[in-house]
Design a protein around this ligand. Structure first.
Ligand code: GSH
Length: 198
């Protein structure tokens, strides 16, 4: 399998953590294509990272699809529960974590550009999404497991991304339960092995 890889991408990190927890992380090679490379757009019209190319040439994207595919390999306990309340919960948490990332990743570009009213409003709106998501997570932090489903994996990647790119936004303030949960998962080998770089 070949994966379009970036050590800074939280979406790639989700896939790498799934692969580690499934015991199949040794099966990847780097596709070596950046988002600006037309060869990536030829594989994935959205030209996004991660994109996974299987040995038979099948192309899979985006991170939820790739993670669920990885969950079909190997013999370790499943990260995507079967249909039922546990699955809806895991997918909802994944959506919340991905939403934090979707509201944070493109925002960096906007912050770096000259500021006008429209841009300031966009940045504030996106930041509001993150703040509300963190508030919602604080309310359920005591029910979160330790990277047992794609839900917790995605939340951990999202909080890790906030630390990586927005250290001044101090998401832990006022959210002690979520901070305590994150401190526990951060110590797990799959998190330690995939710390963001770049
Ligand atoms: N929904 C996608 C988001 C992936 C994504 O936005 N990746 C970033 C890199 S971290 C990217 O490729 N950005 C380039 C672009 O949006 O053109 C997923 O979950 O995989």
């Amino acid at each position: 399998m070949k994966l379009s890889y970036s050590g800074a991408s939280p979406y790639v990190r989700k896939a790498m953590i799934c692969a580690i927890l499934r015991g199949i992380d040794g099966q990847f090679t780097d596709l070596g294509l950046r988002t600006t490379n037309p060869a990536l757009a030829a594989l994935n019209p959205l030209a996004k990272i991660p994109t996974l190319v299987l040995d038979d040439g099948t192309v899979l994207y985006d991170s939820p699809v790739i993670c669920e595919y990885l969950d079909s390999l190997g013999t370790a306990p499943k990260l995507f529960p079967p249909p039922g309340p546990a699955r809806w919960k895991a997918l909802q948490l994944q959506a919340l974590g991905d939403g934090i990332l979707d509201a944070s990743q493109p925002r960096r570009r906007e912050i770096a550009l000259p500021q006008d009213e429209g841009r300031r409003e966009y940045i504030a709106t996106q930041r509001g999404k993150v703040e509300r998501a963190v508030e919602a997570l604080e309310a359920e932090a005591e029910q979160l497991g330790e990277l047992t489903t794609i839900g917790e994996i995605t939340i951990a990647c999202a909080l890790g991304y906030l630390d990586f790119r927005y250290p001044d936004e101090a998401w832990r303030e006022g959210h002690p339960k979520l901070a305590a949960w994150y401190a526990k998962v951060l110590a797990l080998p799959a998190m330690a092995k995939t710390m963001p770089v770049g």
